[in-house]
Design a binder for this molecule. Structure first.
Ligand code: GLN
Length: 197
């Protein structure tokens, strides 16, 4: 099992460490690599797009073949997870901010996202969510986006207030929060099990 973490910007190392921990817990062998180069994602069994700044990550992945390799992996049915800015990139539709900044999206999740949905008053906060298939999880939100609309094919996994904050469409998983910033490996284990086909 080889998992790539798209390491162009953001909380890359945290994802690498917790994915390794989750692999160990599941007794799965394999490696987790951070990459910003072409040719690594395409040879992986799954890929994670971390948080960071969606405008910057978008520019960097579309500048070379990383974006098309993610699309290829998704097409092959391999699991793709995006957290926070990563969720924005996975989405099919953005909001005014996404349009204004000309942020290109991967369009793998049939949802509409709103950037910085929780506003300035609550730039970052932690809460407990009920995550379908897992149970209660601590969730850290940092200038988080939220899903405001989801197509029929999308499985809603968690909500917070009036927003969807975790969703899955076949092999594509999008989270508005940062599971890599807690010590809980269950969401990464959930992702790895999606790869274990
Ligand atoms: N607000 C950021 C964006 O819109 C996302 C924040 C994050 O990934 N922590 O790109």
């Amino acid at each position: 099992m080889k998992i790539a973490v798209v390491g162009v910007q953001g909380d890359v190392e945290e994802h690498v460490l917790i994915t390794k921990k989750a692999m160990k817990k599941l007794g799965m062998g394999g490696e987790v690599v951070a990459t910003r180069r072409s040719g690594v994602v395409s040879k992986s069994d799954g890929v994670i797009i971390p948080g960071g700044e969606s405008t910057t990550i978008s520019r960097l992945i579309f500048r070379d073949t990383v974006a098309s390799e993610i699309l290829q992996l998704a097409n092959e049915g391999k699991p793709v997870m995006g957290t926070c800015a990563g969720l924005i990139l996975l989405s099919k539709y953005g909001d005014e901010q996404v349009r204004k900044t000309d942020t290109r999206l991967l369009e793998l999740l049939d949802v509409r996202v709103k950037r910085n949905a929780f506003g300035r008053q609550r730039e970052s906060f932690q809460t407990v969510l009920h995550f379908k298939g897992i149970g209660e999880v601590d969730a850290v939100f940092i200038r988080a986006p939220a899903i405001v609309d989801a197509g029929k094919e999308v499985d809603i996994l968690a909500t917070f207030e009036n927003y969807v904050v975790a969703a899955k469409q076949n092999n594509v998983l999008g989270l508005a929060f940062h599971p890599e910033l807690t010590n809980d490996t269950r969401i990464h284990e959930y992702f790895l099990k999606m790869a274990d086909f």
